[in-house]
Design a protein around this ligand. Structure first.
Ligand code: SF4
Length: 120
């Protein structure tokens, strides 16, 4: 087995579970459907996704990510997207999505004006 830091195999960045009964769970995915982030790592953090806010029966504000396909659209693109937004995670405080919606960026890079207005 090859040491992790010298492998050139990038298969760990994504996979598709074609047997999943919920496939396709999100619309608009044009590349490989990445199931690796089925539970989005950004759920508790600021993100650029087009989520809606719902209040659950316990009064907790939660993201409804149904219209978002950013963690699923392409193995490498969605991997890069998640890594980028986890570099400096900012806890989500329950606010509505106020930034413009992201339309599946080709390079998976968050647009300028990311968390806390930073510009990378
Ligand atoms: S809106 Fe998209 S990127 Fe944001 S937490 Fe939900 S699934 Fe993740």
């Amino acid at each position: 087995m090859e040491p992790k830091d010298s492998t050139r195999n990038e298969a760990f960045k994504g996979f598709t579970n074609d047997a999943c009964p919920f496939m396709p769970c999100h619309q608009g995915v044009k590349r490989e459907f990445n199931c690796l982030f089925c539970y989005c790592p950004l759920i508790a953090y600021e993100c650029p996704g087009p989520y809606r806010v719902i209040t659950d029966r316990h009064g907790m504000r939660r993201k409804d990510c149904s219209p978002c396909n950013l963690p699923h659209n392409g193995y490498l693109q969605s991997w890069s997207f998640i890594q980028k937004w986890l570099e400096r995670p900012v806890l989500w405080d329950g606010h509505e999505q106020t930034r413009y919606q992201v339309d599946l960026p080709e390079d998976a890079e968050p647009r300028r004006g990311g968390p806390q207005g930073e510009t990378d």
